[in-house]
Design a protein around this ligand. Sequence first.
Ligand code: FPP
Length: 257
Amino acid sequence: MALVETRTPVQGVAARALPAADAQRAQVPRHVAVVMDGNGRWARQRHMPRFFGHKAGVDALVKAVDIFAARGVEYLTVFAFSSENWKRPHEEVSGLMSLVLVAVSKYLSRLAGDGVRIRIVGDRDQVSDKLRRAWEEAESRTAHNTRITLAVAFNYGGRWDVVQACQQALAQRLAPEQLDEAWLGRHMALAFAPDPDLFIRTGGEMRISNFLLWQAAYAELFFTDCLWPDFGVAEIDAALATYARRDRRFGAIRPVA
Ligand code: FPP
């Protein structure tokens, strides 16, 4: 559908028409963000401890990376441990930390061989030296891969991200007029990726939970009851098909045909 210039004054500013190139609705999201929720319930359904669900969650993640890559997604960002997850029982927190170490040793070679670039986003100050070293190894061994970037948000929170970017502005003594959306965007944890196009949450809850608050401003939201360990190829394709039917306008309008 051809787009025409629109001149609707919005707060004194002319509304921007979508560029012609955007008229071609992108069928595949470049960047998908996922809240991998439901591991605990998945384990409970099987009368197993929660850790069993998180372990299955890692396996599901490794499969999901390959499926999203095969569908043409360039960036996959997953919420593995939130700034708020420290409130969980000590046993679960330390279980998740050791699971990361196990996952890195079990899957790093495979992901590296599959062309996956791994990046970690979040506050690394609070994690152990051992974990930091594992992240560094995962990042350096995959640094030249280009098939898909897997960004693992670990000890991450959307509010933390905004605050740490503002702290950089203050540390650099930026003048107020120098601080704008573009500057902040360049100093946030996901500065290397375009904003997410599709935001998926599994596990039945319908909230963002402090994930990518800034970056998901125009993401299409997709919520599913499917528990994360069950989120396989059929569910991924359903999410991508739903995305392909969405009409993204980014605040602009489409003319009536
Ligand atoms: C939410 O399920 C899931 C998490 C808090 C952790 C997700 C982490 C993984 C899948 C492991 C990722 C590890 C690596 C190495 C990237 P929940 O525990 O809140 O489930 P529930 O809502 O059913 O209780």
